[in-house]
Design a binder for this molecule. Structure first.
Ligand code: ADP
Ligand code: MG
Length: 373
């Protein structure tokens, strides 16, 4: 168990900068998830930590400074997205392969493989070959193989992306349990924000090689620092509506929708100028039936998705970037083509500058159910 620290780490391939000025503090025993869209540099950063890539500048510590320490001496174990097992070897031999190669003591090897198999519930399968296993079992062997090397830090790069949806959900909780049981430092990479939200102690959102925000899952959900994080965390995605600022104080910003409806949003408006064009963000789960709010916005229903427990409705509205998505009880009778009005609860709104920066939300105004940032 050890901590991982990155100080102003940059990684370039030739002239192309991939990881940019990354500062990170990962505590001993913490479960950290790197999340971001495909191509944002998650794997690159993980491979730098593992030592499979040299960093271009900055400092990397795994306990001690690691800049020039070779991968095998870093105390890290990595599980890859495509985890090829040896098809002709049984599970025991697959899991002990690394130790055999390192000419480790046979008794010690046996002890470690049996321990890993026990933790991963693979004991009864140790004689089997990979082809006689389910996808989930094979994934567990890949993890077991890394476990046997007793890493200080576990690195996992999209380990579940080859599994079907149901198995992914199951493995998600198995990995979370495993991490708690081992108490190890774990860095887990995924493009799936649901995986990040459900598994992480701490999420690192990456955007184009930069760290966009670091925080606990619910802090990112309630207090995104920018529009990118607001739009990336949460499913379905946050809605964005164009507004402009009529008044701005340290306690609120008065915004006006395109339909001239105006209301106060409880955010710190000290960085806002009157007349600024801004983006109001509101999550689908926070839009209301129109009769319960003074701030309403009207549009035409484009899509109705009846999911059983609720109905998802998409509304075409002039000032919104894309159709506004909201949720309603399954009893709602609404059809594509209908005119419909939804209510906006100002306390549930986020407000973003043109460049994407968020105005700080004032939690005491936001509501008792929203945790303090
Ligand atoms: P992610 O894991 O977030 O999908 P990657 O870290 O794999 O993203 O890649 C980030 C960017 O770096 C991509 O644009 C990719 O094309 C580029 N890249 C990755 N590896 C190399 C390499 N060895 N040489 C040049 N470019 C690379
Ligand atoms: Mg990747």
């Amino acid at each position: 168990m050890t901590s991982v620290t990155l100080k102003n780490v940059c990684k370039s391939y030739g002239d192309v900068k991939i990881s940019k000025n990354v500062d990170l503090d990962i505590k001993e025993g913490e479960f950290v998830v790197f999340v971001g869209p495909s191509g944002c540099g998650k794997s690159t950063l993980l491979r730098c930590i593992a030592g499979l890539e040299d960093i271009t500048s900055g400092d990397l510590y795994i306990g001690e400074r690691m800049n020039d320490i070779e991968p095998s001496k870093r105390g890290v174990g990595m599980v890859f997205q495509s985890y090829a097992l040896y098809p002709h070897l049984n599970l025991y031999d697959n899991m002990s392969f690394g130790m055999k190669l390192a000419k480790a003591d046979k008794d010690e090897t046996k002890k470690r493989v049996e321990h890993a198999a026990d933790i991963l519930q693979l004991t009864h399968l140790l004689d089997r070959q990979p082809k006689a296993l389910s996808g989930g079992q094979r994934q567990r062997v890949a993890i077991g193989r890394t476990l046997v090397s007793q890493p200080q830090v576990f690195l996992l790069d999209e380990p579940l992306s080859n599994l079907d949806a149901a198995l992914r959900v199951q493995m998600r909780s198995e990995i979370t349990k495993l991490q708690r049981q081992l108490g190890c430092t774990m860095i887990y990479v995924t493009h799936d924000q649901v995986e990040a939200m459900t598994m992480a102690d701490k999420i690192v959102v990456l955007d184009g090689g930069y760290v966009s925000q670091v925080g606990k899952p619910l802090d990112l959900y309630h207090y995104p620092h920018n529009r990118f994080v607001a739009g990336f965390i949460g499913s379905p995605k946050m809605n964005f509506i164009s507004v402009h600022a009529l008044e701005a104080t340290a306690e609120y910003v008065k915004v006006e929708l395109e339909n001239k409806v105006a209301f106060n949003i409880p955010v710190d408006g000290t960085t806002v100028n009157v007349g600024d064009r801004m983006s109001l963000g509101i999550r689908p789960e926070h839009l209301l039936m129109s009769d319960s709010s003074e701030a309403t916005i009207e549009g035409e229903v484009t899509i109705v998705e009846k999911l059983g427990q609720e109905t998802q409705v998409y509304l075409s509205v002039e000032s919104a970037d894309t159709d506004i998505n909201f949720r309603q009880p399954d009893t709602l009778q609404v059809e594509p083509g209908d005119k419909y009005a939804i209510g906006i609860d100002p306390k549930r709104c986020h407000l973003f500058h043109d460049d994407g920066r968020a105005c700080r939300r004032l939690h005491q105004e936001v509501g008792a159910d929203i945790p303090e940032a």
